[in-house]
Design a protein around this ligand. Structure first.
Ligand code: GLC
Ligand code: CA
Length: 540
């Protein structure tokens, strides 16, 4: 069953601060807003909050462009607010997981301002520069947000590397001074009592731009081990890396149970299954359930005893799961609960993204109402390149990051109780029906279902540590598996679609089983699942 660790046993809740709760009417969520909602999170039963970045930032990429790693952006509050948040969350047994953006800083960070002054400035080598001539970048490496990854600085006759926006220059991890600054900064946050870190695009830090290697560079794991040794290993933290290119093999390095790197990583293999092969996220194709079963099961079995999974459907970069792989119309409630059952029944640490527990949905706004840099760049680029506007908008409705970033829907009052002012991005118009207040009052809501799932995890060790086995691998409607810990077995049955499916329940589950949770009020027939029906049984 592997080692026991506190971070395997909890559920993490991700907050995107600018969209969670505004406290001062400027239309932007902030730390005081989060403080005012801690009891809501305590009631839900979560054990940690992953906070998307709140450090000082010009907000070119909503805080993923940091200009001071040791201060809070005034838009979100002050360092005192942050200290209070850590303390108040702690009183409720909730740890705060900070988002560390270490691959790049903001171009407004003092290091970069110095670095671009001259080639012999002591900070010049903090970033990645190449000599060149204007108009001919060192190579054709592209930025994730469109265009070249190289930006020309005429005063220096050099280009700098930015794998994201021009305002996010890449830090030079080859420079030991950069690494030391980072370790000191992390230690400073550890001393403030944070419970761990999420490491933004950490698989890029070993890049070799001349060879056009970005992810999984040759020195990556050497850097990871040094980083971990100099910082994380001095505490008992939850550390999770964002690693788009992770394979089970690399995950076993990142998440080695000897603790030499991180607790776990976010892998994205399942997330790419509705993209056309060889293209990016914007080129859509329907999800193949057999593929999803195969991929998730592979991660479950291959990491067993050798690494630890993180389990997620959503984050601030992804569309809402109920709209994506569930049904956000007639079966919104059933399908959201089914997807939750499927995920929380697996082995790994589950992450809930704000509003997921309410079954919040994607949006379809006119282009002027969107705010995300990636989405706006995509729109411009594709329209200029002759794509039909309608087609571009369909991609944005399906995959745009702003789907996840609309304000949290607290109640049916104006602006969903998110702000007294004008929200920085429109509230999803369905907030009058879908909101936390409604959900708390309705014992059959998605919210209460999540709460029960989180509670079950605390009561049944098999949910945390049991071994996974896929059932009916060839069934194109049913996603079913067992978990086994000693004599205890868990059976999870999920109908992924809107039609009724029949099957034969495995013999060993014939009798003597307890229904732990289900998204229908009764069991119609043991061998039949109605649209999006999900059940979790315990066999002792
Ligand atoms: C990660 C973040 C994303 C950000 C990017 C650059 O993928 O999750 O929001 O834009 O890194 O920092
Ligand atoms: Ca505010």
């Amino acid at each position: 069953m592997g080692n026991k660790n506190w971070w395997k046993e909890i559920v993490v809740y991700q907050i995107y601060p600018r969209s969670f709760q505004d406290s001062n009417g400027d239309g932007i969520g902030d730390l005081k807003g989060i403080l005012s909602r801690l009891d809501y999170l305590k009631d839900l039963g979560i054990g940690a909050i992953w906070l998307s970045p709140v450090c000082k930032s010009p907000q070119d990429d909503n805080g993923y462009d940091i200009s001071d790693y040791q201060d809070i952006d005034p838009m979100f509050g002050s360092l005192e607010d942050m200290e209070l948040l850590i303390q108040e969350a702690g009183k409720r047994d909730i740890r705060i997981i900070m988002d560390l953006v270490l691959n790049h800083s903001s171009d407004e960070h003092p290091w970069f301002k110095e670095a671009r002054k001259s080639k012999d400035n002591p900070y010049h080598d903090y970033y990645v520069w190449r000599d060149g001539v204007e108009g001919t970048p060192p190579n054709d490496l592209g930025s994730t947000f469109g265009g070249s990854a190289w930006e020309w600085v005429p005063e220096l006759g050099q280009y700098y590397l930015h794998l994201f926006s021009v305002k996010q220059p890449d830090l030079n991890w080859e420079n030991p001074k950069v690494r030391q600054e980072i370790y000191d900064m992390i230690q400073w946050w550890m001393d403030k009592g944070v419970g761990g870190f999420r490491l933004d695009v950490i698989d890029l830090i070993g890049k070799q731009p001349d060879l056009k290697i970005t992810g999984n560079g040759p020195n990556l794991h050497q850097y990871m081990r040094e980083l971990s040794k100099e910082t994380f290993q001095k505490g008992d933290l939850l550390t999770v890396g964002e690693t788009w290119g992770a394979t089970p093999e690399s995950a076993k390095l990142y998440s080695n149970p000897d603790g030499s790197e991180l607790s776990m990583v976010f892998q994205f293999e399942h997330i790419s299954l509705d993209e056309q092969e060889g293209k990016g996220k914007w080129d859509l194709q329907p999800l193949d359930l057999l593929q999803l079963k195969k991929v998730l099961s592979k991660w479950q079995t291959e990491l067993k005893g050798e690494a630890w999974n993180s389990l997620f459907w959503n984050n601030h970069d992804l569309p809402r799961i109920v709209s994506r792989w569930g049904n956000d119309g007639e079966y919104r409630v059933q399908s959201a609960k089914m997807l939750a059952t499927l995920l929380h029944g697996m082995q790994g640490t589950p992450y809930v993204y704000q509003g997921e527990e309410l079954g919040m949905t994607n949006v379809r706004y006119p282009i002027e109402e969107y705010r995300d840099i990636e989405l706006l760049n995509l729109y411009k680029e594709r329209v200029e390149n002759g794509y039909a506007e309608k087609e571009v908008m369909e991609s944005i409705y399906a995959k745009g990051r702003d789907n996840a970033r609309t304000p949290m829907q607290w109640d049916a009052s104006e602006n969903a109780g998110f702000t007294d002012g004008k929200p920085w991005i429109l509230v999803n118009p369905n907030y009058t029906e879908i909101n936390a207040e409604e959900s708390i009052n309705d014992p059959h809501s998605i919210y209460h279902y999540y709460k029960t799932l989180i509670q079950l995890r605390k009561e049944h060790e098999v949910i945390i540590y049991g071994d996974y086995e896929l059932l009916y691998p060839e069934d194109t409607n049913l996603f079913a598996y067992t978990r086994t810990l000693g004599d205890t077995k868990l059976l999870v049955l999920c109908n992924f679609y809107g039609n009724t499916v029949t099957f034969d329940i495995p013999e060993e589950f014939g009798e003597d089983k307890t229904l732990l949770i289900s998204n229908y009020a009764d069991v119609h027939s043991e061998n039949e699942l109605r649209p999006y029906e999900a059940r979790m049984y315990l066999l002792v």
